[in-house]
Design a protein around this ligand. Structure first.
Ligand SMILES: [Zn+2]
Length: 448
């Protein structure tokens, strides 16, 4: 306690103390729980520790939320997530996310204006591991003995990044006729297959919060990979570039991470890396996969997700973790800040009520976003002037919205109340709720 008072009185020293208190070591499951709990207790006003479910072996899928009003979706505030360690033996993300949580907590308390703004204006969700069982298998071997795939899968032998609903073929079949390339329902046949509990929990999570931007972290190469992952035709390798309706935006988002990284965009030589492409790649242009998480985010929800490959070796030694943090720190922050580009606003009806599940579409772009439970929406866009239409039921409004290079432009919509009602809420069959304040996940307390 005396120590805490001293730090509060000496902000410059506090800043230095935060960095030197970082411990660059791997966290097994028990240690992971402890360190996340420690951050939540260190910064109780801006954190919430929760679980979205359990792994096959009963480990919690833990998330540390960081926001100025934890546990609440604030009207107009975008939600962001980082997901690490989806493949249990790809471990950098797990530790980087822990370090990021400690960094955000410490810098917020120290009054770092960039971090205070980020925490105040963003609801950040940090999940260090999506595959805690697989990590324990890999960790039993350690950095030097780990095989290329030992611990990759969950305890059912499922590759979690092949276990999501494959919605690409539905999207691709409607491409030429101009049908919406978003909020595609999950086919009922998907649930009759083997769905991992980790995948099932993730799907529920994605449907429960109005996430806007995300990255999931892997290892085995050094590149920021963007949708689509599933080829439009052809086989595994060299199936060709599978562009989404937002291809230029995707390249900007991936480049944000790669350019700010210590080596991703510039590394030369070695056995991996995409230095000739500035450290970014379209997923299918590299190799095609089906049932991946990033394509599911894009085709079923509002969320734009990158797949980050953070290193050539999957399980670096502990002595390399500090260098990895230094290489990724600015990227992690700069990418989070991208959640604030484009346009955002609230869709209300003529009675002043927020309209949920209104479709927001940019002219000439087949990918729409849906408004969240209170009517707020976020549409990431590059700078430019766009004709944007909000639609619900029989009601619609079109506006011209201009995006600059800075923070998102506010573009609100008002829809005729009778028209909104006339369309019903489920009649189009093209959407799922994008979530809002209806939070199914409990709050872990100090006794947990
Ligand atoms: Zn992976």
């Amino acid at each position: 306690m005396i120590f805490a008072i001293l730090l509060a009185a000496l902000p410059a020293l506090a800043l230095a103390e935060v960095d030197s208190s970082f411990v660059f070591e791997y966290h097994r499951y028990t240690a992971l729980r402890s360190v996340l709990l420690a951050v939540s207790q260190d910064c109780p006003d801006i954190t919430r520790l929760y679980s979205i479910g359990q792994s096959v072996q009963g480990r919690e899928l833990l998330v540390l939320e960081i926001s100025d009003n934890p546990g609440q979706h604030e009207l107009g505030e975008p939600e962001f997530k980082y997901v690490g360690n989806m493949h249990g033996n790809e471990v950098r993300g797990r530790e980087l996310i822990i370090l990021l949580a400690q960094y955000l907590c410490g810098e917020y308390k120290a009054g770092n204006s960039r971090i205070v703004s980020l925490v105040r204006d963003t609801r950040i969700h940090l999940m260090p591991t999506m595959n805690p069982d697989g990590f324990e298998v890999a960790a039993n071997q350690g950095p030097d003995g780990n095989g290329w795939t030992t611990g990759r899968e969950n305890m059912q032998g499922l590759d979690l990044n092949r276990n999501f609903p494959q919605l690409n073929s539905i999207a691709y079949s409607g491409e030429s006729s101009g049908t919406n390339q978003d909020h595609i329902p999950i086919p009922s046949s998907y649930w009759s297959g083997t769905v991992a509990p980790e995948t099932r929990a993730m799907i529920t999570w994605l449907q429960s919060y109005p996430f806007v931007l995300s990255a999931n972290m892997h290892d085995g190469d050094l590149v920021a990979n963007y949708p689509y992952d599933t080829a439009k035709s052809g086989g595994f390798w060299g199936s060709g570039y599978a562009a989404t309706p937002d291809d230029a935006l995707w390249r900007d988002l991936a480049s944000t991470y790669a350019q700010a990284h210590g080596t991703m965009a510039t590394t030369g030589g070695g056995s991996c890396g995409f230095q000739g492409q500035g450290g970014i790649t379209n997923g299918a242009d590299w190799y095609s996969l089906s049932g991946g998480m990033q394509d599911f985010n894009y085709l079923h929800t509002n969320c734009y997700e990158l797949t980050l490959e953070l290193g050539c070796d999957k399980y670096p030694r502990e002595s390399e973790l500090q260098m990895e943090w230094n290489n990724n720190k600015e990227s992690l922050l700069a990418f989070m800040e991208k959640v604030h580009i484009g346009i955002k606003g609230v869709v209300t009806d003529t009675n002043g009520n927020g309209v949920a599940d209104a479709k927001i579409k940019v002219q000439g772009n087949a990918h729409g976003v849906n408004s969240a439970a209170d009517g707020d929406y976020w549409r990431l866009l590059r700078p430019g002037t766009y004709s944007v239409t909000a639609t619900k039921g029989q009601a619609s409004q079109t506006k011209s919205c201009t995006v600059g290079s800075g923070a998102a432009t506010t573009c609100d919509f008002t829809l005729d109340a009778a028209g909104v009602l006339s369309g019903g809420t489920t009649g189009t069959g093209t959407g799922t709720s994008t979530g809002g304040n209806n939070d199914p996940f409990w709050w872990l307390n100090q006794d947990w």
